[in-house]
Design a protein around this ligand. Structure first.
Ligand code: GDD
Ligand code: GTP
Length: 396
């Protein structure tokens, strides 16, 4: 049997996602029509032998999350549970804390997936790769190629060109290490917990020697449980013959900012023409004109003349917002450089040199845009009624 863990993090991260993350936690933000992590769940549920999918994070369980879990279980016919960490335990601490739950039912191997990525999720290929290379006890990281400058923003992997064994792993290095980056998608066996356990024990010993290190939390135990898979575990495993990289040419991107959610939507929509043609809007007599890969939510009604009068480009429109006729709402896309096949999206900060970085336009929920105005590269907070045009502004 196999299992999968999706690391969804918690509320204090995802600030780059505001104001969108006010309404719904980032892992549930819709990408190509479905919640971000539904793409992960769907890919995991397809793998033969998948017994359970665990979402792991430090969000307080809420109604939106519970409803999503119930409907996803029904749709994908696999048990899905949420395991809540008592604090942010890092990318390795949570899975270590809940190791009994992950291994229950006799899991021989399990996937760990970062929630904030979009991907083709070549999980079956990772299993096959492990069978061919290495042995059934090795761990596999999904890797992809980035360009030399952007690679510095990711975990960087140096591997043996023949065997693909990981020789060096450096998380977000300050100088160039490798163009092969960590996609945040892993295949582990239960043996990974021995390696995480060693880090845990070392953390505990260090705390015993310098108790003041544990002061921030009520006891040192908690502090020792914070473990980063990347820096604490992969770096040590590199060169040991246990860690391999499976390189994919399939699409992959991080989803950090709202702009990258638009890019990720486009990547998934392209994939839908093969995997889910039924999700794409079709041109029908008397219906609106559809150009390219378009997802229309079942609750939306689009007038057949909808191509005229109002123009919305590179924008995320929150729920219950209205845009008047002849209005133009436009953002600047943050797409990767189209002339570089290995370019990734830059997760821009909101401000650069004291100025708002031109980015996609975001309308929070219940925003009203009147007729005949232009809103350009702006972020409009929820429940605003605008009366004029704006450019490069955050409208509070
Ligand atoms: N459950 C849980 N608990 N999840 C967490 C925690 C935590 O304490 N901290 C982070 N996560 C989740 C995030 O929600 C995200 O899905 C994932 O773990 C990684 O988040 P970060 O720690 O912010 O790392 P990153 O995204 O900057 O970099 C990671 O992903 C890159 C690929 O997107 C690293 O793994 C890089 O090496 C990798 O290249
Ligand atoms: P065609 O010759 O069929 O292309 O006719 P058209 O000029 O009516 O073009 P189309 O039906 O594509 O729709 C309107 C065009 O006007 C779009 O290409 C918009 O990008 C452009 N446009 C430019 N400024 C505005 C604006 O402020 N509001 C709207 N609604 N559209 C604008």
């Amino acid at each position: 049997p196999l299992k999968a863990v999706i690391l969804i993090g918690g509320p204090q991260k995802g600030t780059r996602f505001r104001p969108l993350s006010f309404e719904v936690p980032k892992p549930l933000f819709p990408v190509a029509g479905v919640p971000m992590v539904q793409h992960h769940i769907e890919a995991c549920a397809k793998v033969p032998g998948m017994k359970e999918i665990l979402l792991m994070g430090f969000y307080q369980p809420n109604e939106a999350l519970s409803r999503f879990l119930v409907s996803a279980q029904q749709e994908f016919k696999v048990p899905i549970r949420y395991l809540q960490e008592y604090a942010a335990l890092g990318t390795g601490g949570g899975i270590y804390h809940f190791r009994d739950q992950i291994l229950s039912g006799g899991a021989e191997a399990f996937f760990v997936l970062n929630a904030d990525v979009c991907s083709e999720f070549p999980l079956q290929e990772m299993l096959e790769f492990r069978q061919q290379h290495g042995d059934m006890h090795s761990f596999v990281i999904l890797g992809t190629t980035a360009n030399r400058t952007q690679a510095l923003n990711y975990g960087c992997i140096v591997a043996n060109t023949g065997t693909q064994e990981v020789q060096h792993y450096v998380e977000k290095p300050s100088t160039f290490v490798s163009e092969i980056i960590n996609c945040g998608i892993y295949l582990f066996t239960p043996a990974i917990f021995q390696h995480i356990g060693e880090v845990f024990q070392r953390n505990q010993q260090e705390l015993a020697l310098c108790p003041y290190l544990g002061e921030e939390s009520s006891n040192g135990w908690q502090r020792a449980e914070v473990i980063r898979l990347e820096q604490d575990v992969f770096t040590a495993l590199a060169g040991s013959g246990k860690l391999y990289v499976y390189k994919t040419d399939g699409f992959w991107s991080q989803i950090k900012s709202a702009g990258s959610a638009i890019y990720a939507s486009r990547l998934y929509l392209n994939q839908y023409s093969k995997s889910h043609p039924e999700r794409l809007a079709q041109n029908k007599p008397g219906g609106p004109v559809i150009r390219g890969n378009v997802y229309i939510h079942p609750t939306a009604s689009i007038d057949s003349t909808a191509v005229d009068h109002t123009c919305v480009l590179n924008t995320i429109v929150g729920w219950d917002s209205t845009i008047g006729r002849w209005a133009r709402v436009e953002g600047t896309p943050s797409d990767p450089n189209p002339n570089d096949p290995y370019a990734k999206i830059d997760s821009e900060t909101l401000f650069r040199d004291g100025r708002l970085t031109p980015s996609i336009t975001i309308l929070g929920c219940s925003v009203t845009i009147p007729a005949e105005v232009v809103i350009l590269n702006s972020i409009v907070l929820p429940h605003k009624e605008l009366s004029r045009s704006y450019k490069n502004q955050i409208i509070l």
